[in-house]
Design a protein around this ligand. Sequence first.
Ligand SMILES: NC(=O)c1ccc[n+]([C@@H]2O[C@H](COP(=O)([O-])OP(=O)(O)OC[C@H]3O[C@@H](n4cnc5c(N)ncnc54)[C@H](OP(=O)(O)O)[C@@H]3O)[C@@H](O)[C@H]2O)c1
Length: 320
Amino acid sequence: MTEIDSAATMRAISQHVLGGPEVLTEVQLPQPVPGPGQILVRVRAAGLNPTDWFHRAIPGLFLPEPPFVLGWDVSGEVAAVGIGVTLFRPGDEVFGMLPYPGGHGACAEYTVGPARAFARKPAVLDHVQAAAIPLAALTAWQALVDVAALGPGQRVLIHAAAGGVGHFAVQIAKARGAYVIGTASAPYHAFLHGIGADEVIDYRSTDVAEAVSAVDVVLDSVDDDNSVRSLRTLRPGGRLVTLRAMGPRDLATEADALGVRAVRMLVEHDRAGMAALAGLVEAGTLRPTIAGTFPLSEAAKAHALGDTGRTVGKLVLTVP
Ligand SMILES: NC(=O)c1ccc[n+]([C@@H]2O[C@H](COP(=O)([O-])OP(=O)(O)OC[C@H]3O[C@@H](n4cnc5c(N)ncnc54)[C@H](OP(=O)(O)O)[C@@H]3O)[C@@H](O)[C@H]2O)c1
C-alpha cells in the first residue's frame, strides 16, 4: 500500500446530464483511492469506444443517472497499489480495460481498477497505441477465441472489419491461421488487405449473405437483421457471435433451425486476454490503427467524431 494524499484532486471529463458531446465538461474531482486488490493508475491515454457515446447520450443502458466519468480503456503508470496487490508496483507501465460496464472512469488524470484488469504495457507501444487496444481487442479476442474457438484453416466472416473491434478481429484471426473475409465500404479495402484480410466485400454494393458461404465463424456487430442474414453463410455447425448483447430477434432459435449456433456476448475485463493481446503485440502480429487523438480537454470533439460511426480504427484521448 502506498501513501495516498486523500485531499488530492484531478482533472476529469464528467457530465451532469445525458446528451450530445456538449454535455461533457472538464471538472476537478477527488483523486480515487485504490481499494484492496486495486491499483491507482496515472492515466497517460484513454481509449474511447462506441459504448462511451452510447452511455453519454442514452438512458437506461448499464449506468445509473449522471454525474459520471466515462472511459474504460487506460494506458498509464501505476501511481499506488491497494492492500494485497502483488502483480504491480508504483512506476510500472500498464494498460487495461476497467471492469465493464460498472468500472468506468478512464477519462481523467487518475483512475482505479482491479490489478487483474491490467497487463504490462508492451514496450513497443506508446501510451496512445496501448490505450487504443483493451476494450475493442478484448472483445475481438473473447468473441473469436473464447466463444467461437477459431482455429487454423477455418474461415471467418468479420462484419464492420475496418472499425475498432473489426480491425483487431482481422489481425487476431490471421494470427490464429484463419482465412479472413471482411466487410467494409470500398475506401477501406486497401487498409483491410494491408492488415491481412484475405477477401474484402463492399457491403454497400454486394449482398454479403449471397457472396459468402461455408464459413466456420461469423463476427457481427451491425444489427440483428444482419446477424440473421449472416446465419446462411455458416457451414453446418458453424458459430455466429454478435456483439449486440441485446436485440429484438431470437437469434439462438433462428440459428438452431438452420443447424448453426448464435451467441450474444458482452466484453469482460480479462487479465488472460490482456496478456494474450500483449503477446500478439510483442510478436508483431497486432497493431492498433489510430483514427485520431485529442487532449483530454477536447473529449467532446472526439465524441462528436465517434458519433459518426464512420471512423477507421480507434479514437484516443491524451492526458499529458
Ligand atoms: N458486446 C460488446 O461487448 C461490445 C464490445 C465492443 C463493441 N461493441 C459494439 O460493436 C459495434 C462496433 O464497435 P466498434 O468499436 O468496432 O465501432 P466503430 O469503430 O465505431 O465501427 C465503425 C465501423 O463500422 C463500419 N460499419 C458501420 N456499419 C456497417 C455495416 N452495415 N457493415 C459493415 N461495416 C459497417 C464502418 O465502416 P463503413 O464506413 O465502411 O460503414 C466503420 O469502419 C458497436 O455497436 C459497439 O457498441 C460491443
